[in-house]
Design a protein around this ligand. Structure first.
Ligand code: ADP
Ligand code: ZN
Length: 433
């Protein structure tokens, strides 16, 4: 099913014409309205008239999270505040938060993107959608809410947390679709299976829209099995809009990016040169329709690759492969690059593990230590107490073969690792303290 087949299946030459037209407009709009873009372009020696089509995009300077921080809170807004109808802000755990401002038109484009995603997951106005992303400054809650409302679904704005109540409403209302982070979905699934009050057979879930953090294919399999659903990826970021910049289709083989609104490029994060199609690098976005806070060549720090091969579903929008992580999530342990997603993928290969893990890195005598705590499913833990050695050995061996270094694996009791109702925290790096 498609929400907007005309746009989603637009022949690529036509799509490229539309992108060109929109890029020319947005470049002139930002140059005329935002001092930041004006100065950046002048400094780079580019004039709006040099941008004649999408192929000229590489002439434009990049923009980073630091730029948004430097111009905090509204210095990169292109529309007057009287036209801004909503603010959101990123978490700001690593510095000042990024504030995003949306005009009415921006909210419409955003909910259009989410509606395309949810429709691809098979969600219609007949569905009851539980939004368990946090509501508030985080874009997850209201973003999913507006997209589901646009389709006409019955929306349950549960927000995050209060898991027992989430499960009760899910059962009693006959919720058919769940939107939340994959880590919270796993927590809900575990709670459902552990609880004496709820059974999977009482639930009516059929689809899950999971995003806001990286998750592996193995995690998908786990969520699909434990919740009896099809689990789909939804991608987005506050700086560009929010969730729904792209989403998977029924093929579950890559995340279609809604390229008529959000133009993606992949660059080498070191040289900043655009990479050939299919190569993995840093994802960069230019918003083609945003009015409130447009971004031009915004460096997301997300590492992935793009697949321009036609998709079986008929949509022509490019597909993004699963995000490996952010450049700033990458750990360098004993000189080797390690992404938490690689660890997650290995853990989920073992049926005894429940998917919860914590990586702790430290430096002792000038050598990095690499500890991995993993939880087991409660039913396995009880049976295995005192006999974890062969499992630990097997996991250590798999990690060594996937990432090339040895890891000190420990089994911990179920629920020993702190759960999050939002984005999961998988790493403690004591070397930075
Ligand atoms: P913050 O920067 O505070 O985390 P956001 O909520 O805007 O704020 O986070 C956006 C980021 O979340 C993306 O840049 C990406 O790293 C991650 N993300 C969002 N959706 C996905 C997804 N489906 N898969 C992997 N990572 C995702
Ligand atoms: Zn597709």
């Amino acid at each position: 099913m498609m929400w907007n087949p005309e746009m989603e299946c637009m022949p690529r030459p036509e799509l490229e014409r539309l992108q060109s037209e929109r890029l020319v407009k947005i470049v002139k709009y930002t140059y005329d309205n935002v001092k930041f873009y004006h100065d950046r372009m002048d400094f780079a020696g580019v004039k709006p008239s040099d941008i004649k089509g999408i192929e000229d995009i590489s002439k434009l300077p990049f923009m980073s999270k630091q730029d948004l921080r430097d111009y905090y809170p509204t210095g990169t807004f292109a529309a007057p505040l009287s036209e801004i109808v909503r603010f959101h802000a990123s978490s700001g755990t690593t510095g000042k938060p990024i504030v995003a401002g949306y005009t009415q038109h921006d909210l419409e484009c955003w909910s259009e993107g989410v509606a395309r995603c949810l429709t691809a997951y098979g969600i219609t106005k007949e569905d009851i959608v539980q939004v368990a992303y946090g509501y508030g400054l985080f874009t997850g809650g209201l973003g999913a809410h507006d997209g589901a409302t646009r389709i006409g679904c019955s929306v349950l704005p549960a927000s995050s947390g209060n898991t027992a109540k989430q499960l009760m409403l899910m059962r009693d209302l006959g919720v058919t679709a769940l939107c939340c982070t994959p880590s919270y979905a796993l927590f809900l699934a575990e709670s459902l299976h552990k609880s004496e009050d709820f059974k999977l057979s009482d639930m009516h879930l059929k689809a899950g829209a999971f995003g806001a953090e990286p998750w592996s294919e193995n995690m998908r399999a786990e969520l699909e099995e434990k919740l009896g659903i099809k689990a789909y990826d939804i991608y987005g970021l506050t700086e560009v809009s929010g969730p729904g910049v792209g989403g998977e289709c029924e093929c579950q083989d890559g995340t279609h990016i809604w390229e008529d609104m959000f133009f993606p490029e992949i660059i080498d994060p070191q040289t900043l040169k655009p990479l050939p199609h299919g190569d993995q690098g840093e994802l960069v976005f230019t918003t083609l329709t945003k009015e409130g806070m447009p971004v031009i060549r915004y460096r997301t720090r997300d590492l992935t690759s793009l697949n321009y091969a036609p998709c079986k579903c008929g949509r022509t929008a490019v597909r993004m492969n699963k995000i490996m992580g952010r450049t700033d999530d990458m750990l360098i342990i004993r000189g080797v690059n390690v992404f938490p997603t690689q660890i997650e993928s290995v853990i989920m290969e073992f049926a005894e593990c429940n998917g919860q893990y914590l990586i702790t890195v430290d430096r002792v005598d000038n050598t990095d230590t690499f500890r991995l705590d993993i939880e087991l499913r409660s039913e396995c833990y009880g049976d295995m107490v005192g006999q974890f050695q062969s499992l630990i050995k097997a996991i250590t061996g798999r990690i060594s073969s996937v990432i090339g270094i040895k890891c000190d694996v420990h089994v911990v009791e179920p629920n020993a690792i702190e759960r999050s109702a939002g984005k999961a925290k998988h790493v403690v790096d004591l070397r930075k303290i």
